[in-house]
Structure formats: C-alpha cells, structure tokens
Design a protein around this ligand. Structure first.
Ligand code: NAI
Ligand SMILES: NCC(=O)COP(=O)(O)O
Length: 346
C-alpha cells in the first residue's frame, strides 16, 4: 500500500502550531507518511528562523526547505498583523484560510487525512468566522451532522489505550443539560461503537457512560436527568448493542478512578473500559489532560476522512520561548497514519 497522504495545517500563526509541527517533523519515523504542510510560507520561514535561535542545540527542527508546502498567500494586512503570542483577527483569518483550503483539497481526494495544529476560537470570531472550533468547520464542509470529538492516548506506563468521547463540546455549561437528549446520546454512542469496530478492531468490549449530576443524581436528590430519562435510554441502548457491556450511568468523578489506575499503574487495570462517554467538555477533558496532556490526540469521528490534532491549544503564553512539547503533535501524525492504513485494509 502507498504511504498515507497527510496534510498538516500550521494552525494559528501567533501560537505554537508551527513550532510543534517543525519539531515533530524532525523525527524520521514520521517518514512512513507522505506529509504536506499547509500555511503561509513567509510566516513559516520567519518562524523557523526565529525558533532556530531559541531552541537548545539538542532540539532539532525540520527545515521548511526540505518539506512539501502548500503556500496559502495572505494579504499583507493579515500577514503583517500576526503578532507572536497574541491571537487576533489576523491570526484567526490565517488559521481559518489554512484549514479551509486543507479541507477542500482533502475532499477533492488529494489527501487521506488532515492533521490540524491548534487554532484560537476567539481569533476566528475576531476574523468573522463563527464556528465553535475546527471540528464544526470540518463537519459543515463535509455536510454531515453526525460527528464526534474523541480523545485517544496510549499510556507510556502501561500501554493501555484511553479513549474518551465527548457528548457535547464547545458549549456554555448552562446549556449542557438542555442539549443532552436521548437522540444526541444515541448518535454519539453509535459513532463510538462504529469507531471502536472500524478504527480499533474492537467488535465487543466495555463502554463506560457518565451521569450528568454529582453521584449520577443520587436517585433524583442531586439532579433528575438520570431518573427522568437517562437510565431508560441506557437500558434501550443495551438491547441495541448486546456485544458491548455498557456501564453506567457512572458517577462522573469516580468513573475516572480505574482509567487513572490503568494509565499510571504498572499494568493495565483489568476493569478499565475500552472507551468512556463523557457528557460535556470538562467532564471528559480534565481527566484526559491530567493523564495524557503530553500525548493525547483529538480525533474527529464520523468524517469521510481521518482528522487528528494534538490535545493542546495555541499556548500563546509560551509561543516566543521555543519550549513547546511536540509529543502530542507527533502522536496525532502517527495516529492519522495508522487510521488511514487500517481503514484501507478494512
Ligand atoms: N485543537 C485546538 O485547536 C485547540 C485550541 N485551543 C485554543 O487554544 C487557546 C488557548 O487555550 P488554553 O485553554 O490556554 O489551552 P492551551 O493548551 O493552549 O494551554 C494551556 C497550558 O498548557 C501549556 N501548553 C499547551 N500546549 C503545550 C505544549 N505543546 N508544550 C508545552 N506547554 C503547553 C500552555 O503554555 C498553557 O500554560 C484557546 O483560544 C483555545 O480556543 C484549545 C484546545 C485545543
Ligand atoms: N478542547 C478541545 C478543542 O478545543 C478542540 O477544538 P477543535 O479541534 O474543534 O478546534
């Protein structure tokens, strides 16, 4: 089989996107993928030259002149408006243009997967692009409304694989309860099952599902969603997916004890689940980032192609320092290659 063709966006040019990409691409093991960067060549070269002065001699950076690059030309006002360490309308316009073109080229069949460096949602908004995140732009351009945000990480301590899907994502907390419906949860669980089967070869297994309220509502005393509809919803899903053991609705704090042990222990915990369904952003991402911030991968499931991304953001606070950790970006590129290969074989 030919090498997976990956397009890697440089993300917000005021953040650490270019840095983590150039650091990651200096790793020769990534040569198993056919990689193309997409971004503004002039900003990329400026950044490379700056970083060469910043990083210690033990750190290597890929040289842009050795890489395939799709150059996204930017009007001078946008290019000159980018200020390292501060997201603004110019950096938002640039990062949006990179992703927008990457999607078009991928939908046209030129690439098998998109790996995205981080963008700032607020910079997109300042630039007039009103999407909650890259995920929603990817879904809108693919014309799908069935998609999910799944985080994946492999423990360096035990080899155990953490998989956590978010039922809702970039939503104010006070809108979560009204957004959760039986239909939405069925859609997300169905996507998760498909992904476990197609991408991870798990035809059966265990999926743990969190409740919404403290102690999963404590029988209605601490919140009513579980007793009013979520318990019945889960009973129905158990009939639909008899090959999976659906655990739940688990108290949302203690749900993470076994995965924590499976991640940090000396061997995978026998009772850790194959996947976790968290009901809102921070219910899932606080534990994921505590366990795996240096290496977790954000992948969009349900798209007609593979999309991965590091789990971190633009890190404007360290963008001038040259100290960004590229392991999550490297893992995102590796996983994209693996998923493309496994989908081609299925
Ligand atoms: N996939 C994406 O495009 C994501 C984008 N974001 C965006 O990033 C912006 C900043 O968000 P924050 O919540 O501050 O999260 P963040 O991940 O950018 O930063 C959180 C903390 O972690 C540190 N950090 C992040 N990545 C690092 C790395 N690779 N190496 C070393 N240290 C690192 C930062 O310096 C900061 O102290 C927001 O505008 C948000 O929208 C946030 C998460 C994901
Ligand atoms: N917190 C996760 C996140 O912000 C992912 O955003 P995006 O990949 O949709 O841009």
């Amino acid at each position: 089989m030919s090498k997976p063709r990956l397009i890697v966006t440089l993300g917000d040019p005021a953040g650490i996107g270019t840095e983590v990409v150039l650091k990651a691409l200096s790793d020769r093991s990534l040569a198993e993928c056919d990689l193309t960067l997409i971004g503004n060549r002039e900003l990329l070269i400026d950044r490379y030259e700056y970083l060469c002065q910043q990083v210690p001699s033990t750190v290597t950076l890929a040289n842009p002149s050795d890489l395939k690059i799709i150059d996204v030309s930017l009007p001078p006002a946008i290019r000159d408006g980018v200020t390292i360490g501060r997201g603004n309308a110019a950096s938002g316009a640039a990062s949006f243009a990179y992703l927008d073109l990457a999607i078009d080229r991928t939908l046209a069949g030129e690439f098998d997967a998109i790996v995205t460096a981080p963008i700032a949602k607020s910079a997109w908004t300042s630039a007039g692009h009103h999407f909650p995140g890259q995920t929603e732009l990817l879904a809108a351009k693919a014309k799908i409304d069935r998609f999910g945000m799944l985080f994946v990480g492999v423990s360096p301590h035990t080899g155990w694989t953490l998989r956590a899907l978010l039922a809702t994502t970039h939503l104010p907390l006070d809108r979560v309860a009204q957004t959760l419906t039986p239909e939405l949860l069925s859609l997300k669980l169905g996507l998760l099952v498909e992904c476990l089967q197609v991408d991870f070869g798990l035809e059966s297994g265990t999926i743990a599902i969190a409740g919404l309220n403290p102690h999963s509502g404590e029988g209605g005393q601490l919140g009513r969603e579980e007793v009013d509809w979520m318990d019945d919803w889960l009973d129905r899903e158990r009939e639909i997916y008899p090959q999976y053991k659906l655990l739940g609705l688990l108290p949302p704090d203690t749900m993470w004890v076994k995965p924590g042990q499976a991640w940090f222990g000396t061997q995978p915990h026998p009772q850790a689940a194959d996947a976790y369904l968290a009901l809102y952003h921070d219910q899932g991402l606080i534990p994921v980032k505590l366990m795996a911030f240096d290496r977790a991968i954000n992948t969009t499931i349900g798209l007609p192609y593979v999309r991965t991304s590091p789990d971190h953001g633009t890190a404007f606070d360290i963008a001038k320092l040259g100290i960004a950790d590229d392991r999550s970006m490297k893992a995102a590129i590796q996983l994209a290659g693996e998923l493309v290969t496994s989908r081609a074989q299925n």
